[in-house]
Design a protein around this ligand. Structure first.
Ligand SMILES: N[C@@H](CCC(=O)N[C@@H](CS)C(=O)NCC(=O)O)C(=O)O
Length: 333
């Protein structure tokens, strides 16, 4: 697989699976924080920060969603890479629909930004990237942390009516995000990239057990943490919205479609119809990326046709009560 080693681009540098055939996600190296505090190195200034994303990527999608929901479009600029990724990694192809140039430096490849930030970088070149235009460096490239920063540190410029990490819900949100990460968010990758039957079986069993559990919970309450939309829903949404069209077929997560669940499917439509969400979903980029970028999974690079889903259909969830946020924490796993 491709990565930077001491600032040099290598196409044979790491194996993504271990000896048991299990997919192992690499650690993310840039972990600074924007803080709304006097003396902080990275202050939450409007116009200072930039996101490099792919519409295809569920992790990058989290950051686009929070930017949109919090009304940070004017404060934080964005560039979008080509959904197709080959041995050169993510690249900028502004001539392609929905893609942009690197508006800051005119780079051809995302890896150039990583080397600019750290000439000796040894890491995968991933999206999302939160870039600081002032210090010309990467602040952070871990989606969960970027999501949190954009949500909590930009109160002076953001829409304050939207708070995705509300007081009273914080422990629940963090716990739910931990709980859904391994079986669901990363679980689809663990299934799709497994190299042994046992690794696939484990991933797919954990994935559908978790989906069934959340389907039940969402029969009683509107959102994952109760009666309020939170960061946990953002994290769940970016996996669910890709599920039927990509993960089901491409990653063999095919025990059941999301649109066959009683509650997960209306929940997904409810989130999709939340103002600011639909415009962040580009299914063309999503499908092109997955089906054409993992030749060991889909060697033909053919893009599967279906299913055709109506995310705009009535969801009937507005009347669901919700309940106290911490009730979930006491439920058996
Ligand atoms: N931990 C990272 C993971 C990001 C990630 O894996 N992004 C994928 C796209 S979906 C990527 O850029 N992969 C390129 C590579 O691994 O070389 C996050 O959540 O931000």
């Amino acid at each position: 697989m491709n990565m930077l080693v001491d600032g040099e681009w290598r196409t044979d540098a790491y194996e993504s699976t271990n000896e048991e055939g299990e997919f192992e996600r690499q650690k993310t190296p840039f972990r600074d924080w924007i803080r709304d505090e006097p003396g902080a190195r990275f202050q939450p200034e409007s116009g200072r920060y930039h996101l490099y994303v792919s519409y295809a990527c569920p992790w990058a999608h989290r950051t686009l969603l929070v930017r949109s929901l919090k009304g940070l479009e004017d404060a934080i600029s964005v560039d979008v890479v080509d959904p197709f990724r080959d041995d050169d990694g993510w690249q900028f192809t502004p001539e392609k629909d929905g893609c942009t140039e690197d508006s800051l430096y005119g780079s051809d490849f995302l890896r150039e930004l990583y080397v600019e930030a750290d000439p000796d970088a040894t890491c995968r070149v991933t999206v999302p990237v939160l870039w600081d235009k002032k210090e010309e460096t990467i602040v952070n490239n871990e989606s969960r942390e970027i999501l949190r920063m954009l949500d909590t540190e930009f109160d002076d410029v953001a829409n304050r009516d939207v708070d995705l990490f509300p007081e009273g819900y914080r422990d629940a949100v963090d716990q739910i995000m931990d709980d859904i990460y391994e079986p669901i968010n990363n679980g689809v990758y663990r299934a799709g990239f497994a190299k042994k039957q046992s690794a696939y079986d484990t991933a797919v069993t954990e994935l559908f057990d978790a989906l069934e559990r959340w389907d039940e919970i969402l029969g009683e309450q509107r959102y994952l943490a109760g009666d309020r939309l939170t960061e946990a829903d953002i994290a769940m949404f970016t996996t669910l919205v890709r599920f039927d069209q990509v993960y089901h077929t491409h990653f063999m997560c095919n025990k059941q479609f999301i649109h066959q669940y009683d509650n997960l499917w209306p929940y997904l439509r409810d989130l999709y119809q939340t103002p600011g969400v639909a415009e962040t979903v580009r299914m063309g980029h999503i499908k092109e990326h997955y089906y054409t970028t993992h030749p060991d999974v889909t060697p033909s690079r053919l893009i599967a046709v279906g299913p055709d889903l109506d995310f705009g259909r009535e969801h009937d969830r507005a009347g669901l009560a919700g309940g106290p946020p911490n009730a979930l924490l006491t439920q058996p796993q």
